[in-house]
Structures are given as C-alpha cells and as structure tokens.
Design a protein around this ligand. Structure first.
Ligand SMILES: *Cc1c(COP(=O)(O)O)cnc(C)c1O
Length: 369
C-alpha cells in the first residue's frame, strides 16, 4: 500500500526488521543502554541539552503529560488554535481544570504572533501558552519561532505540540525557549505508534514542583528519576518494540542530518502542491502557511470526497486521509512525512488524475499560489 496519511507513516525496511526482535528484560542493563542512547540522541532532534522523557502512549497522551506536569487547576492558559489539534490541546487543559482562553486563527492560516503578544498583554497571569507547531488537520505550519518571541518575557511557559513536525521542520527547543515539546514515534521519526518523547526545560522543571494537576502514570519527575536509577529505567513497562525501532531510525536521521531531512520534506511538499494544482485542485492552506509534512487539498465541487478516497485506495492502493471535524468531506490530506519517498507522491498524483477523470472532474488548472 502507498501509505500517505499524516501518521502513522511508512517504515524503512531496517526499522520493520527491528520490530521483529525478541523481547528483553526492560529492567536489564542492555535495555537501559539502548533507551538512554535513544533519549540522548533525541536531544539532537529537539535541539536541547535538557533531558528527553519517554512515555508509552499516543501523541494525545503526550499533550496530557505536558499539561498536568506544569499546571494547577484554575491556572490560566492561552491556547493558540488554527485547527482540530489546537482545539484538542485546549480541551486537554480544560479537562484538568485550567482556565482556557482561546486565541484562534481562521482554519487554513496560522496564528498571528502579534495576536499572541496582544492577548498576553490583555490577559493577566497567563501561566502557559499552548501551541501546535504543525496543524495536521489543515496542513498549516505555525511560525513557532515568532510565536515564541511574542511569548518571551510574559512569564508564561510555552508548551508545544510538535507531533507532526519534529524531525521534519526546524524546531529549536533551547534557542527558542520552548518549555515543553511533545512529539510522537509514528510521524517524522519513522517509527510505529506507541511512544511519545517530551523535552522539558529548566523553567518547566521548576513549574513542575508546584504543579497540582492530578497525575500518576504521566509524572515527569518519576520518569526522570527512574531513568537516572541503576535498577530500572522506566517506571512502567515501556513500548520495547518502539524503542527498538527508533534506535534504528534515529541514527538514520542523524546520519542524513537535520538540514537534509528538512530539505527532503520541503521537496516532497513542493511536488505535492504543484502536482495537485496542476490537476486543477485548490489547496486548503494559504501559501505562506503551507505545511512541509502534510498537504490539505480541497475536494472540488460536485465530487464526493469519500468516494474519491475510496477509489484511490481500492483501485490504486493509495491511502490518503479525509478531513476532520468541520472539514469532513471538504478536504483530503496527503501526508508526506518521515520515510515517504518522491516516487510515492508521483504515484499518488497519477492515481488522483485517473480517479478525478472517472468522477467527471473537469480540469481547470488553478493558478499557483
Ligand atoms: C498525530 C498528531 C497528534 C497525536 O495524535 P494521537 O492520535 O493521539 O497519536 C497530536 N498532534 C498533532 C499535531 C498530530 O498531528
């Protein structure tokens, strides 16, 4: 299958092989060595000297961990949102009793950093700003660096959902003073689903001491202390196959180099955007916000988006994602992150051309945006 959904993403053959290895004692030295190597290697991807923690959970579990470890019920947070994942982050904070102030951008665009600065001036005592680096539901990348600049000096912690960006789009935890950065194993890091990785800044560790939101499994302090101990390395049973997998994919990423990885994703995104526009389809995201890891495409009027995707899959083995929430049926999304290769995109564009013709779409090329 040509898997082009925005996560889980295709796996390199070496990684698939690693997934078949025998289990070992997760309290044993060998596993401890592998895990510590992996988490240290990940510091290079997060661009941080702070420790990176791991939890066995999906990306959303990582967002929950970020929230509950640094905040207390009643804390005021500013949630920046331009799509479903921004809403999800806000909703996690609300579930644990935060007072959430929403700052929204129209879907298809990113959040304006000036808007963030104004909101932080308007509202006193904001403890944390929540931001989605790459909004997977709309194919939009926020200007994280400018948002971090806007938030700096406000005293608020910056919590970042980087699940669909880290390893594919530039992010610098230390240089941009990002306090908690969450990513998942199953997107640009070329692993299967099952683990999240989280960097925690000194300021966030300080905040963690006073944070009173309930937590047990997701305790940062417990994860850090266990990792440093000689007896056991994780408080609970880790996702051992995911660690095996990432222990193979991470060196691949580091060997290629981050800049080369970013360039690879830029190239895939360009081919995708140019290709769908040449077929007469319009992009959902405005050009200046267009993501390098996922492209959202508008379903043309008169075409059934569900049928379009079903035919791509049935006839050509091409799997793309639909729209989420209010965008259900209005867009489809092509993921191009992680181990996706150019040939897969070209193949998908050819399949799309066939299916569009079958469904009676008359091509009228949209001017390139
Ligand atoms: C994939 C993704 C997540 C994680 O979703 P899960 O289904 O919980 O793994 C979170 N945020 C963004 C931006 C994502 O793309």
């Amino acid at each position: 299958m040509n898997l082009l959904i925005p996560g889980p993403t295709p796996l390199p053959p070496e990684v698939r092989e690693a997934l078949g290895r025998a289990m070992i004692d997760h309290r044993g030295e060998e596993f401890g060595r592998t895990l510590r190597n992996l988490l240290e290697g990940l510091q290079q991807i997060f661009r941080t000297t702070s420790p990176v923690l791991m939890f066995a959970t999906s990306g959303t579990g990582g967002l929950e961990a970020a929230v509950v470890n640094v905040l207390s019920p009643g804390d005021r947070v500013l949630a920046l949102s331009c799509g479903m994942f921004g809403e999800r982050f806000a909703s996690v904070a609300r579930s644990f009793g935060a007072e959430v102030i929403m700052e929204e951008a129209p879907w298809g665009r990113g959040v304006d950093p000036q808007q963030v600065m104004d909101a932080l001036r308007r509202h006193d005592g904001v403890r944390a700003v929540l931001v989605t680096h790459n909004e997977t539901s709309t194919g939009v990348t926020n200007d994280l660096r400018a948002i971090a600049d806007a938030a700096r000096g406000s005293g608020a912690l910056l919590l970042v959902d980087a699940v669909s960006s880290l390893g594919a789009i530039d992010l610098r935890a230390d240089a941009w003073s990002l306090d908690v950065v969450v990513t998942g194993s199953q997107k640009a890091l070329m692993g299967p689903p099952g683990a999240v990785f989280i960097s925690v800044s000194p300021n966030a560790w300080e905040a963690a001491k006073a944070a009173r939101m309930p937590k047990h499994y997701f305790s940062f302090a417990m994860a850090r202390d266990q990792l440093a101990s000689d007896a056991a390395y994780t408080p609970f049973t880790p996702a051992i196959p995911v660690v095996y997998a990432l222990a193979v994919s991470l060196p691949m990423i580091l060997r290629e180099g981050l800049e080369a990885r970013f360039a690879h994703h830029r190239r895939l995104a360009r081919i995708t955007r140019t290709g769908v526009q040449a077929l007469g389809l319009a992009l959902f995201a405005e050009a200046r916000w267009a993501s390098e890891t996922v492209t959202a495409v508008q379903v043309p009027a008169g075409i059934d988006g569900k049928e379009l995707r079903a035919r791509l899959l049935r006839r050509f083995g091409v799997a793309v994602a639909g729209g989420q929430g209010a965008l259900d049926g209005r867009i489809f999304r092509i993921g191009h992150m992680g181990y996706v290769q150019e040939a897969q995109i070209v193949d998908a564009l050819e399949a799309l051309e066939h299916v569009l013709a079958e469904l009676g779409h008359r091509r009228s090329p949209v001017s390139s945006t």
